[in-house]
Ligand binder design. Structure first.
Ligand SMILES: Cc1cc2nc3c(=O)[nH]c(=O)nc-3n(C[C@H](O)[C@H](O)[C@H](O)COP(=O)(O)O)c2cc1C
Length: 327
């Protein structure tokens, strides 16, 4: 059966598939545009890049597609407010925010008619986000890549949040690797759409260095691990030499704080430097965020092939979901 579209605020994506935002420069317009062209929501990772660069990338994306373009900005960023306002000024369709919780963002959304999408990992924050005016909510579970807000698996966490979110679309994220997972999250668990990220790193269009993609392709389950992040949250990443040195508590503090990127930073190491090194393919010193199920992915596809695969698999099994209990 055909998958339903995903409507967030005044925007409708014909395919209920959101490409998760990935900072720093992992998901740029190079990835977000083909995703939007295929009918999903393409998300530019907005954290850790200068506002002018982000604005130029948003304008580029908007000039290349009529599809839906979002930007993901972590609340933990020192220049969160400037990144949000700069993105809206550049014409982004919606703002997605996680890694901390901003109450003020909803007022900005209302004042500028910009849908705000909150990433949450607990029923209490989901309830709060809906009450404050979120246009949609992403439930991000422990299988996700990058910073994590929970150690609970998607199939345990999602139902708890489904119970409390009453009005706005609810999107499932973390460890979804194919269209069968997508259909399951939608018809069995009542998700209005899914967000995936790791699968999109493994596309021809993702602009990271090929060594990043090859390291992901070669990863076995034991090569994916939890790391300590200066943001103050755990993160999920490939177990590279840098991560192993971190686990052994080898001193890795940067000599100076070049980026001044985080509101609060424990300066254990410089996360901006390490993520940039990953993008450039530095297997020794980079920090490679990845989802837990990366080992299930065996090939680099085009964005269009990912969409074709997800949609055909999902629609081969998707059934209209049973109505949700009156909430
Ligand atoms: C390389 C990478 C970078 C990420 N960066 C961010 C980020 O900057 N902000 C954010 O909210 N989530 C970030 N995430 C999380 C994704 O947006 C997404 O929600 C999650 O990874 C979904 O799980 P999956 O990768 O198993 O599909 C990142 C994930 C990866 C793999």
């Amino acid at each position: 059966m055909k998958l339903p579209p995903l409507t967030i605020g005044r925007f409708t994506a014909p395919v209920p598939l959101v490409q998760g935002g990935m900072s720093i420069r992992v998901s740029t317009s190079a990835l977000a545009v083909p995703v939007a062209e295929c009918g999903g929501i393409g998300t530019i990772g907005g954290s850790g890049v200068p506002v002018e660069e982000l604005q130029a990338d948003i304008r580029r994306a908007k000039s290349l597609t009529k599809g839906v373009i979002a930007v993901n900005i972590m609340f933990a960023m020192k220049n969160f407010y400037n990144l949000v306002m700069g993105s809206i000024e550049a014409g982004v369709d919606m703002i997605v925010t996680g890694a901390g919780f901003s109450r003020d963002i909803f007022k900005i959304g209302q004042d500028t008619n910009t849908p705000i999408v909150s990433i949450v990992s607990s029923p209490s924050f989901a309830r709060l986000a809906e009450k404050l005016g979120a246009a949609a909510i992403v439930v991000e579970a422990k299988e996700a890549g990058g910073h994590l807000g929970t150690d609970v698996a998607l199939r345990d966490l999602f139902p708890e949040i489904r119970k409390v979110v009453k009005k706005v679309p609810l999107i499932a994220a973390g460890g979804i690797t194919n269209g069968f997972d997508m259909a399951e999250m939608m018809d069995k668990y009542g998700a209005d759409g899914v967000q995936i990220a790791t699968r999109f790193v493994l596309t021809k269009e993702c602009s990271v260095d090929d060594r990043f993609k090859q390291a992901m392709l070669q990863a076995a389950p034991k090569d994916v691990t939890l790391i300590r992040s200066p943001v103050g949250l755990p993160g999920r990443a490939l177990s590279t030499p840098f991560v192993q040195r971190m686990a052994a508590k080898v001193e890795m503090k940067a000599k100076e704080c070049r980026w001044q990127c985080l509101k609060k930073c424990d300066h254990f190491y410089c996360i901006s430097d390490r993520l940039q090194k990953a993008c450039a393919g530095d297997l020794e010193d980079g920090l490679f965020f990845t989802g837990e199920n990366v080992w299930k992915m065996k090939e680099i596809l085009t964005v269009r092939e990912v969409f074709e695969q997800f949609v055909s698999q999902a629609e081969s099994v998707y059934k209209e979901p049973a109505p949700l209990p009156v909430r």
